[in-house]
Design a binder for this molecule. Structure first.
Ligand code: SAM
Length: 250
């Protein structure tokens, strides 16, 4: 998968050189390119922002450098498939695991990181009609406001890249995780490792029993209890067909 990120703070994306994502890049599974928006400015101060029309606090990112950046990074209409453009904004569609899977199926993503009060609204409109991108998504990390799109890109790229084949060593772990489609909305059960007793707290004995059926049942029960206690909204959305008779007793 190819990923381009346009930002005024390229250094913010440095953590994408670390750990599993860094290794995926070294292995050629992820071709990640970070670009400085200011490379598409033409004045001495490399200006990317201006005051908002209509007044009000803060500054808005000017459309010209964004337009030039997106033109430079995408094929001309008719010149081949363009990337899917992802624009982080608190006013976007909420990012979740289903969207991570959707984005992981794309060959090419292009992220546009806003700063200040955001990007001039014409940039997204123009990109959507330009024929240069396959589609445009405005995506929110959650109902809070960050200073810029870079932290959202770190989160989205990490969530997406770990779904690419070969990035996470044991693909089984992706299936068992919270929010995995195979879990039908259940959170993961609590996990434990050695030692069996720590600061007076014992690991649940069933996990030491060697009885795989009992362990599976215990994990399922704990996942149900945990989801009910922490995320009743997820329980309300559970497909009754995904529940067995013993689930209903929990
Ligand atoms: N004035 C904007 C509003 O109220 O919707 C917020 C602008 S915010 C200070 C600057 C940039 O941070 C946004 O353009 C976006 O790129 C990013 N950002 C902030 N919160 C975000 C969130 N919850 N999800 C994704 N991106 C976010």
């Amino acid at each position: 998968m190819r990923v381009d990120v346009v930002t005024i703070f390229p250094d913010y994306l440095a953590p994408l050189g670390l750990s599993l994502i860094g290794r995926a890049r070294e292995a050629g599974l992820l071709d990640l390119r970070v670009h400085d928006l200011r490379d598409w400015t033409h004045d001495r101060h490399r200006t990317v922002d201006d005051t908002p029309y209509g007044g009000g606090a803060g500054m808005v990112m000017r459309p010209e450098p964004w337009g030039e950046a997106l033109d430079a990074l995408t094929p001309a209409p008719g010149g081949g498939a363009g990337p899917r453009l992802v624009v982080p904004t608190p006013a976007g569609r909420r990012f979740d695991q289903a969207m991570a899977h959707e984005l992981a199926a794309e060959p090419w993503l292009l992220f546009a990181c806003g700063r200040y009060e955001g990007i001039d609204a014409r940039v997204v409109e123009e990109a959507a009609g330009s024929g240069r991108v396959s589609r445009v998504d405005e995506v929110s990390l959650g109902d809070y406001v960050l200073n810029g799109g870079e932290v959202a890109v770190l989160a989205v790229v990490e969530a997406v890249a770990r779904l690419l084949p070969g990035v996470v060593g044991n693909a089984e772990s992706l299936v068992e995780e919270s929010h995995a489609a195979s879990r039908h909305g259940l959170l993961e059960h609590p996990v434990y490792t050695k030692p069996a007793a720590w600061r007076g707290r014992e690991v649940p004995p069933v996990l030491l029993s060697g009885d795989h059926g009992a362990v599976a049942r215990w994990r399922r029960d704990e996942a149900l209890r945990r989801t009910a206690a922490r995320r009743p909204d997820l329980v309300a959305r559970l497909d009754p067909a995904a529940l067995d008779r013993r689930d209903l007793a929990v």
